[in-house]
Write a protein that binds this ligand. Structure first.
Ligand code: AMP
Length: 289
C-alpha cells in the first residue's frame, strides 16, 4: 500500500493504473467499521482502491469540533493495509488549500434544509473538498455512507450538475450491537452518555414501527421520534425530520401514497452532536409490488 501526501504522486499512480477501474473512499480518518465497509465494497467492485484521509477544515463551523476531531493516522493506515487498499492520499498541510485558494463548488437547493439549516457553511466545505478529491483521484466509483444521508444527496447532485464522470455508490449505515451508528465522534461520549446515545436509534425505530403499521401522517412520525428522545434526560434535540428522500423537503401532513420517507435527526448528547437516519422505502419503490 502506497501512502502519498502530494497531488503529483496521486496523479502518477492514476496514470500508472491506466484503464483499470478505481474505487475511492473519502474519509476524515479515525476509521471504524463503517469506513471499512465502504473500503470492502470498493475492493469488491474495482481493480484498484484508493482512500483519502483529510480532516477538511472548511466543512467545520467556527464553533464546531475541528481542533479536537480525533486523529490516528498510523492506526488508520494499519487498518487499510489489512483491506488491500492500493493507495492512501493523506494530503499534507497546504496541499488542499494553499494560501491563495479562492474557489468553491456550491450546491444550492438540497443543501438548504436539515444539516444545512443548522450548519450554514458545512456543505459548501464538503462539496468543495469532494470536487477537488474527485479531480485529483479521478475515480471510477466513489463510496459514501448512508449515515450522512444529506451528504449523499448533495454529492450526487453536484456530480450530476458538474458532470463528474463517476458513479456515486451509497453503503448502509454500520451500527454498534446496541444500534448506535458508528461515528468517529462517538469517542467523545463519556460515561452515561454512551448509553444515552442509543436513544437516536430507538427514536428512529419507534417511527419505523408506525410506518410499518401504515402510518403516513408525517407529524405522527416526527412526534414518535421526539417523544422517544424526550424520555432521555441526557439528550437535547437539535432537529427531527420526516422528509422526501429525493428533494429533502419536509413533509407536511400526509405522505403521498407509495412515496418513501427519510427520517433523520441531530441530537446533542452533552457537547457531542450526533446524527442518524432511516431511509424507508415506499411501496412504489419496492420491486414486485
Ligand atoms: P467521515 O470520516 O465521517 O467523513 O466519513 C467518511 C465516509 O464514511 C462518509 O461517506 C460517511 O458517510 C461514511 N460513514 C461514516 N460512518 C459510517 C457508518 N456508521 N456506516 C456507514 N458509513 C459511514
Amino acid at each position: 500500500m502506497e501512502v502519498v501526501s502530494d497531488i503529483a504522486s496521486v496523479r502518477a499512480l492514476r496514470r500508472h493504473y491506466g484503464d483499470a477501474t478505481l474505487g475511492f473512499v473519502p474519509t476524515m480518518g479515525y476509521l471504524h467499521e463503517g469506513h471499512l465497509e465502504l473500503v470492502r465494497r470498493a475492493r469488491r467492485e474495482n481493480d484498484r482502491v484508493a482512500v483519502s484521509i483529510f480532516v477538511n477544515p472548511t466543512q467545520f463551523g467556527p464553533t464546531e469540533d475541528l481542533s479536537r476531531y480525533p486523529r490516528d493516522l498510523e492506526r488508520d493506515l494499519a487498518l487499510l493495509r489489512g483491506e488491500g487498499v492500493d493507495f492512501v492520499f493523506a494530503p499534507g498541510d497546504g496541499v488542499i488549500y494553499p494560501p491563495d485558494f479562492q474557489s468553491s463548488a456550491l450546491v444550492r437547493g438540497v443543501t438548504q434544509p436539515l444539516e444545512g439549516a443548522r450548519r450554514p457553511t458545512h456543505f459548501e466545505g464538503v462539496t468543495t473538498v469532494v470536487a477537488k478529491l474527485f479531480n485529483i483521484v479521478r475515480p471510477t466509483r466513489a463510496y459514501f455512507g448512508q449515515k450522512d444521508a444529506q451528504q449523499v444527496v448533495v454529492v450526487r447532485q453536484m456530480a450530476r450538475d458538474l458532470n463528474f464522470d463517476l458513479d456515486v455508490i451509497v453503503c448502509p449505515t454500520v451500527r454498534e450491537p446496541d444500534g448506535l451508528a458508528m461515528s468517529s465522534r462517538n469517542k467523545y461520549l463519556e460515561g452515561d452518555q454512551r448509553r444515552a446515545a442509543t436513544v437516536l436509534n430507538r427514536a428512529l425505530r419507534a417511527a419505523e414501527r408506525l410506518w410499518n403499521e401504515d402510518t403516513r401522517d408525517s407529524e405522527a412520525l416526527r412526534a414518535a421520534m421526539r417523544d422517544t428522545l424526550a424520555a432521555e434526560p441526557l439528550a437535547r434535540v437539535d432537529y427531527v425530520s420526516a422528509a422526501d428522500p429525493q428533494t429533502l423537503a419536509e413533509y407536511e401532513g400526509a405522505i403521498p401514497a407509495g412515496a418513501g420517507v427519510l427520517l433523520s435527526m441531530a441530537v446533542f448528547i452533552g457537547r457531542t452532536r450526533l446524527i442518524d437516519n432511516f431511509n424507508l422505502a415506499g411501496a412504489a419503490e419496492q420491486p414486485g409490488e
